[in-house]
Design a protein around this ligand. Structure first.
Ligand SMILES: Nc1ncnc2c1ncn2[C@@H]1O[C@H](COP(=O)(O)OP(=O)(O)OP(=O)(O)O)[C@@H](O)[C@H]1O
Ligand SMILES: [Mg+2]
Length: 270
């Protein structure tokens, strides 16, 4: 039987020398859920994502990923490329697009990273590869349309407007056919119109693709509109968990946001 938890994180502690980035963090992400992780700067949000994706190796605790097709896998000790192959995709806080490639090519990189032949086979153009290449072109086009970038097909990534870059990153991550998508501040630096487009896009990813979404976001309006549940981190510890309404009313959360009486106005993206 498949667990209804896509991620089960138990008592994870991550230290760098004297700095404790995560302190006995326990978090459960239900399959199909849009779950958010919020907290002030330096709270440990990105460290948590890095621990879930094999970039950081916590000293204590367990992280179980429950794939619908492959069952349970322990993440700690795995390298990032092996984690990605399990069906876990992410975007980064700071943009990591291939700037010298077009929009279309960036997405194809995502799609092809999940295929059997790999980049060497793709260069050699083996027969099976050609078949895969057509399939990956089709998939890349589908994803371009899905994120609304079909008109930017041949635009070099480095000349895309900021909001389009963020959507391209999401499309590239979706290209790997993940079961769960981790988004690290997808709306940071975007304008209000781009924020509302991103909100709709993230909602669609959950609904149309049935992908579980784990979201880090400083913009309270956006995160409260999207998330079904939230965890609040402060100094590496979980200080609250609940629905948007529960979190808004939680005194510990309000304190963590530096004495503001309203988390909505406490912090916008930085
Ligand atoms: N590779 C590392 N080496 C040393 N310390 C690190 C490393 N990565 C993270 N930290 C520390 O862990 C703590 C949490 O950082 P993290 O980047 O996870 O915070 P965050 O919640 O994502 O913050 P922000 O909102 O600013 O992105 C910080 O004190 C940071 O300096
Ligand atoms: Mg961060």
């Amino acid at each position: 039987m498949t667990s209804d938890l896509i991620f089960d994180v138990q008592n994870v502690t991550l230290r760098f020398g004297g700095v404790t980035s995560l302190s006995s963090v326990t978090l459960q992400h239900r399959r199909g859920e849009i779950l958010a992780v919020i907290g002030p700067n330096g709270a440990g949000k990105t460290s948590l994502f890095n621990s879930l994706t094999g970039v950081y190796q916590p000293q204590e605790g367990t992280i179980t990923f429950n794939s619908a097709s492959r069952g349970a896998t322990s993440i700690i000790g795995k390298m990032p490329h092996s984690v990605a192959r399990l069906g876990i995709a992410r975007t980064f806080q700071a943009s990591r697009l291939f700037n010298a490639l077009t929009t279309f090519e960036n997405i194809k990189v995502g799609v092809e990273s999940g295929q059997k032949t790999g980049p060497i086979g793709a260069m050699l153009k083996l027969p099976r590869t050609r078949h895969e290449e057509n399939a990956s072109d089709e998939r890349a086009l589908e994803l371009l349309e899905f994120v609304g970038l079909e008109h930017r097909l041949n635009t070099m990534a480095d000349s895309l407007p900021y909001g389009d870059r963020r959507r391209l990153e999401i499309a590239r991550a979706l290209g790997t056919n993940p079961e769960v998508l981790l988004l690290d501040e997808p709306a940071a630096g975007t304008n209000p119109a781009e924020k509302s487009e991103l909100t709709n896009l993230i909602r669609k990813i959950g609904r149309e693709f049935g992908i579980s979404v784990l979201l880090i976001e400083h913009d309270m309006r956006l995160v409260m509109a999207l998330a079904e549940r939230l965890y609040v981190l402060n100094f590496g510890s979980v200080i609250a968990e609940g629905t948007p309404d529960e979190i808004r009313a939680n005194p510990a959360v309000i304190d963590a946001y530096l004495g503001s009486t309203d988390p909505d106005t406490a912090k916008e993206s930085h």
